[in-house]
Each structure stands twice: as structure tokens, then as C-alpha cells.
Write a protein that binds this ligand. Structure first.
Ligand SMILES: CC(C)(COP(=O)(O)OP(=O)(O)OC[C@H]1O[C@@H](n2cnc3c(N)ncnc32)[C@H](O)[C@@H]1OP(=O)(O)O)[C@@H](O)C(=O)NCCC(=O)NCCS
Length: 259
């Protein structure tokens, strides 16, 4: 059920904001080194310029000391704040792996890039709301081997059949949110339910009590898999996809097993 509308309701606007926030944070993740270096450089130039200006005016040349100290403190505050802000960007599952015999899920490595790319077909692209442009970006990211937080799903033969992840940045009302897809060779085998049960085991090991999953209300297979993994449908929201389409999404709450 896809409609192309300009978001007008509050939940839709929140989804847009969440997407923007994710985009900005993703940019910051990639650029924070450069930003901090630039900040330090600008600060040093400003401090030096101020000191020579102060010198010419017979001001205390020692003004450079508090300035430099201020710069160091501000720089440290930025780094500390960035660490705090970036906490949601870290993989909440902490890089663990789990195998149930029928499937296993483990953190993706650069060596998995081609296998992951092979799982992306039209069904996956359309379910994720990726148009050609987004698809190009996704493929480039995967090819570059930067699979932060991405886990591969392998069947019992070791074939990579799809990917699954848990993060705090998925656009949506409930976090941390599970996202997954299965390529053609993995679909229709009941593997989504098994992958969900497996990621819940990892979530429990990481100390999480509950996870969420949102899916298009029309995605019957995903809804059934979420229910089969013990999920409770808790809310329905309009959901903005990367291609600008808005779908009606159903959100499930899934409890991590208790140890
Ligand atoms: C959605 C997806 C993860 C489901 O995984 P799957 O393991 O292939 O799911 P299955 O095909 O085994 O279907 C799960 C259940 O739904 C049922 N089902 C599937 N399509 C159905 C339909 N159109 N009508 C009724 N039941 C349907 C299956 O019979 C199965 O039922 P069961 O639990 O009683 O055996 C997978 O199809 C996929 O990756 N699709 C593309 C990407 C995607 O949609 N990702 C999710 C985004 S939130």
C-alpha cells in the first residue's frame, strides 16, 4: 500500500526528522575526524592571530595561554559529546554471533560484500523503498566493505541468504529496531522467523530486553514471521521510505529471551 504524499501528520514529520537525523549522524560518523581537525586548526589560527593582535596593542601576550587552554577544553568537550551522541551509532549487539543449526547470524565483514550484494534483488529494493539512486548508494556502501552493525544470515550450508541488523537510528517510533532482508535463495523457507529468534538471542546477551520491528502493513510474510517469532503488534504508523513514498507500517514488539 504505497502512496506518494507530502507528509502532513505529526508521525510522518517525525519519520522525516528521524531520517534526517540518521543522515546527519551518518555524515558525522564519516567526517568527525576531519571536523575535529578543522576545529583545532581554526582554533589555533584564531589563538595565534589574537595573540599577535594583543601583542601589538600592548595587551597581555599571555592571553594565548587561556585561549589555548580554552581550545583544548572545548575540543575535549566536543570529543566527549561526540562519543555520547554517537553512542546510538555503535552496534548494540556488540559483534556477537549465534548459530541455531538451521541458520547462523554473524557480523558482516568486507569479505561478505559480494555475497550480500547478490541478495539484493527487485523484491528487496522495493520492500526497502530504494529507487535507483538509493540503490546505487547502498551498493556502493556495501562494496566499500563498511558493514557497521550489519549481520549476515547464513543457512545451514553456509550460504549467505540475507542480512539483519538492530539499530537505534531506523526511522520509526520504536527503537532499537530490527531490519532484515532475504535474497531470492533465502525467501519462502521460513528463515526470517529463525533469523529474528537468533537476533533476539544476541539482544538478550547484549542486555536488551525488547526490540522492535516495523514493516509495511502489506508485507504479509514479514508480519507472519514477526508474529511467529513471538512479536506483538503494538502500533501502526505512516512510514516514509527513502524513495519518498509513504506506507502504512505495523510495528511489533519482540521480547528478548530471558537467560
Ligand atoms: C519479508 C521476508 C523477510 C520474509 O521472510 P521469509 O522467511 O521468506 O518468509 P516466508 O516466505 O517463509 O513467509 C513467512 C510466513 O508468511 C506466509 N506468507 C508469505 N506470503 C504470504 C502471503 N502473501 N499470504 C499469506 N501468507 C503468506 C508464509 O506461508 C509463512 O507462513 P508460515 O509462518 O505459516 O510458514 C522476506 O520475504 C524478504 O526478505 N523480503 C524482501 C525484503 C523485506 O520485505 N524485508 C522486510 C522489510 S521490513
Amino acid at each position: 500500500m504505497i502512496t506518494r504524499t507530502t507528509p502532513t501528520s505529526w508521525p510522518e514529520v517525525r519519520h522525516q526528522v528521524a531520517i534526517r537525523r540518521a543522515t546527519v549522524l551518518a555524515w558525522w560518523r564519516g567526517a568527525k575526524g576531519e571536523v575535529i581537525t578543522l576545529f583545532v586548526f581554526v582554533w589555533l589560527v584564531a589563538a595565534t592571530a589574537f595573540a599577535s593582535f594583543a601583542d601589538r596593542r600592548d595587551w597581555e601576550t599571555s592571553a594565548i595561554a587561556p585561549l589555548a587552554l580554552g581550545g583544548v577544553i572545548a575540543g575535549a568537550a566536543i570529543v566527549a559529546q561526540a562519543g555520547y551522541l554517537l553512542r546510538p551509532l555503535r552496534d548494540p549487539l556488540g559483534g556477537r554471533a549465534v548459530s541455531t543449526g538451521e541458520i547462523s547470524i554473524r557480523p558482516a565483514t568486507p569479505a561478505d560484500s559480494e555475497a550480500i550484494l547478490a541478495t539484493i534483488d527487485d523484491v528487496v529494493a522495493s520492500a526497502n523503498g530504494w529507487d535507483d539512486n538509493v540503490l546505487q548508494v547502498v551498493r556502493k556502501e556495501i562494496r566499500s566493505g563498511g558493514h557497521r552493525g550489519e549481520y549476515v544470515i547464513e543457512d545451514h550450508t553456509g550460504l549467505v541468504v540475507g542480512t539483519i541488523r538492530l539499530d537505534y537510528l531506523s526511522p520509526g517510533p520504536h527503537q532499537p529496531a530490527i531490519g532484515l532482508w532475504l535474497g531470492e535463495r533465502g525467501r519462502g523457507r521460513g528463515l526470517a522467523t529463525k533469523a529474528l529468534l537468533a537476533i533476539l538471542v544476541l539482544a538478550a546477551e547484549a542486555g536488551l530486553e525488547r526490540c522492535y520491528l516495523g514493516t509495511d502493513a502489506d508485507n504479509i510474510a514479514m508480519r507472519r514471521a514477526a508474529l511467529a517469532a513471538g512479536g506483538d503488534a503494538i502500533s501502526t504508523h505512516p512510514h516514509l521510505l527513502p524513495n519518498g513514498a509513504t506506507v502504512s507500517s505495523v510495528w511489533f514488539e519482540l521480547l528478548a529471551p530471558k537467560h
